[in-house]
Write a protein that binds this ligand. Sequence first.
Ligand SMILES: Nc1ncnc2c1ncn2[C@@H]1O[C@H](COP(=O)(O)OP(=O)(O)O)[C@@H](O)[C@H]1O
Ligand SMILES: [Mg+2]
Length: 232
Amino acid sequence: MAKVITVAQQKGGAGKTTVAAHIAVALAQKGNRVAIIDIDPQGSLGYWHRIREEKFGEGYTGLIFNSLSGWRVGSEVSRLRKQCDYIIIDSPPHTETEARTAIRSADMIVIPVQPSPTDLWATKATLDLAKAEKLPVKVVLNRVPPNSRLAQTIAAELPELADTILGNRVLFASSLMEGRTATEMEPNSSAAQEIKALVKEITAVLKDDDDEEAAPQEKTSKSAKKKTLVTA
Ligand SMILES: Nc1ncnc2c1ncn2[C@@H]1O[C@H](COP(=O)(O)OP(=O)(O)O)[C@@H](O)[C@H]1O
Ligand SMILES: [Mg+2]
């Protein structure tokens, strides 16, 4: 049964689509069957996927792509869960109902945050949604310039912060232009290494979830841990 990762953040331009595409491909490169669902009406992930198919042919990475409106996400996720190892949902900014549906369907939430006060403030709403569903969260500082003092100040304010920080790197954008990702275009680049490290963190959280299912006697302590994670 697939694990569902929703990339969410109220603030537009935080890096949701960039992070969703990169996580999806990195997981597929590890041999997983991955589906991506775009519920953002802007359809950026869909554009990316179309370029990918036009350039490299259908089924290039084995990503299953779906674009749909938020209210259908629940039924689509149930259908895809049986076919995949991971489902990545890219969600729209500002539309709380849609984001809520995408968060409800998830096993984990990834929240990209750029080192800016407005990104920081917008993050609280998304964190609250995840907390209401008692879901594990990774807040990911994204597009961080080198030696940014502001980024450090903002990091100090953020709960559930991932150890991995994504730098401000042209490859994150230029690879998407080509319908690919950093890990495909330049596997040894800093951008690619950051994504691989992030995916490692994400799969570790979801694996922890699996252990919990496998060992119900440990459930209480693990659930308690999960709760601390979302409320800390
Ligand atoms: N780590 C990064 N380094 C450089 N550019 C980035 C990075 N993350 C995102 N971007 C750029 O920032 C813009 C917004 O990113 P996007 O993924 O579209 O955000 P969202 O989906 O949250 O609106 C895009 O132009 C994207 O190429
Ligand atoms: Mg987007």
